[in-house]
Design a protein around this ligand. Structure first.
Ligand SMILES: Nc1ncnc2c1ncn2[C@@H]1O[C@H](COP(=O)(O)OP(=O)(O)O)[C@@H](O)[C@H]1O
Ligand SMILES: O=C(O)[C@@H](O)C(=O)COP(=O)(O)O
Length: 422
């Protein structure tokens, strides 16, 4: 099949979020880990390439995203989507802006939109300011993120230093008036040479209007919801058709494990809740620096494969800051990610086949270490978090790659229960 929409995600939880929201349209979605080595002879209409480029140097992120775009072009994609976090996770150097600008150049776009809103998960954009629930982004727990602390809520101000072109805003007043008014506003901005447009959105209706206005843009950027709405518009316009029949899921039997490297507020609550009824082990980056993860591996070996268990580095902001001051931010993060990756591999060797992983960077490290290259999309456990399935060394594996702040307090339990019922 020829690809219609080619998507590039900047992390792995974000990629499964995107794939889940695209799959809500009923269209088949293909999710690949890293830029495929092979030619795209089995491409799907909606292709997603998951990269781990949210916090790497901007030049590296741009290069990897360019390679992904070239593969998607070879698959036939004529429209492209750049997926980043619904909390606009980035630094002053990038990587949202530099990748968007490179992709605009690649696809010949003179304008693109930025639309991270995800109303179901409490992310809305008004007057260019991003809200997380009722709080401005910079007042939300995202201000304490270990790698991308978000200290400004204005998307215009956040994006400006990341791009060369002009940044503008399409306010909710234009969006609420419908597609024609929004298209007119976008046209006005492009005439004024504004190539990067933040678009307000506070509801699904807003996102639907935005998707209608942006459906023919060669490049759209944002969170998963606007991409899902684009797929719906393609269906309505007959650009793409739903396949006949249903694909049956092959759910693996085997042991289970939660691995959590996210320090986000919701994950902290989820770890506390799950630890109350499960075997749990906390990883300390300082101990990992001295001794590695041997003790954790031994702990894992002592646990029944089928039993409920969680290994976590999840910690309160003060504790994270203290580890980062002693080890450096990058090293602290890498120590945890590497340990999680080794433990996931050990768990697989011990018979674990159902993994719940909390944290985008953590999920990236684990999925890469397991050598997984392609994922099938299963049922959504919570908005934006589906079970995904992969074949690994001849074995079937189920993974739930959970974004730090997604899901309710009982998410880990909910995830395994859903798999039992599938
Ligand atoms: N206790 C800790 N101290 C310092 N860094 C940590 C600690 N626990 C986890 N980390 C690091 O914090 C980062 C969390 O990012 P990520 O996995 O993307 O989570 P989220 O989805 O919440 O953003 C990872 O790089 C992880 O290794
Ligand atoms: O858009 C979102 O919020 C998610 O898909 C996402 O990218 C979250 O990233 P992490 O919180 O780092 O997992």
């Amino acid at each position: 099949m020829v690809t219609l929409l080619g998507c590039i995600a900047d992390d792995f939880t974000g990629a499964t979020d995107l794939a889940a929201l695209l799959a809500r349209s009923g269209l088949p979605v293909s999710l690949r880990i890293g830029v495929p080595q092979d030619d795209p002879d089995d491409a799907a209409a909606l292709e997603v390439i998951a990269l781990k480029i949210r916090t790497v140097p901007a030049a590296d992120a741009v290069q990897q995203a360019r390679d992904a775009a070239h593969w998607l072009k070879r698959a036939g994609a004529t429209r492209f989507f750049w997926k980043y976090c619904s909390t606009f996770d980035s630094t002053a150097a990038g990587n949202i802006g530099p990748v968007a600008e490179m992709l605009m150049h690649e696809v010949g776009a003179d304008q693109t939109i930025y639309c991270p809103a995800f109303p179901e998960n409490g992310r809305s954009v008004f007057m260019g300011h991003l809200f997380v629930g009722e709080q401005l982004l910079a007042e939300s727990p995202m201000k304490d993120h270990p790698l991308t602390p978000m200290r400004d809520s204005s998307l215009v101000r956040l994006l400006e230093p990341q791009v060369r072109g002009k940044v503008g805003l399409a306010k909710r007043h234009a969006v609420a008036q419908g597609q024609a008014a929004l298209s007119e506003r976008l046209q006005e901005l492009v005439t004024g040479e504004v190539s990067h447009v933040i678009v307000d959105a506070v509801s699904e209706t807003d996102l639907n209007i935005i998707a209608e206005a942006a459906a023919d843009m060669p490049l759209v950027t944002g969170g998963s919801v606007i991409a899902g709405q684009l797929a719906q518009v393609y269906l309505q316009r007959g650009l793409i058709a739903k396949p006949e029949g249903r694909v049956s899921l092959n759910v693996p039997a085997g042991g289970q494990l939660v691995l959590s490297g996210s320090c986000s507020a919701m994950t902290r609550r989820q770890v506390t809740s799950y630890s109350a009824t499960s075997a749990s082990l906390k990883l300390d980056p300082l101990r990992l620096a001295d001794e590695g993860e041997v003790a954790a591996g031994e702990w894992l070996e002592r646990q029944p494969s089928e039993g409920a268990k969680v290994i976590y580095a999840t910690a309160e902001p003060d504790e994270v800051r203290s580890a980062q001051q002693k080890l450096g931010t990058e090293r602290a993060g890498q120590l945890v990610e590497q340990a999680m990756a080794h433990l996931a591999r050990r768990a697989f060797d011990l018979g674990v086949r159902r993994f719940v992983v909390a944290g985008g960077e953590t999920a990236g490290a684990i999925t890469q270490a397991l050598g997984i290259t392609r994922l099938e999309i299963g049922p959504e456990i919570a908005p934006g978090v589906p079970w995904v399935f992969a074949d690994m060394e001849g074995e079937r594996v189920a993974l739930a790659l959970k974004s730090g702040n997604f899901g309710s307090e009982t998410f880990f339990d909910d995830a395994f229960k859903l798999l039992e019922a599938a």
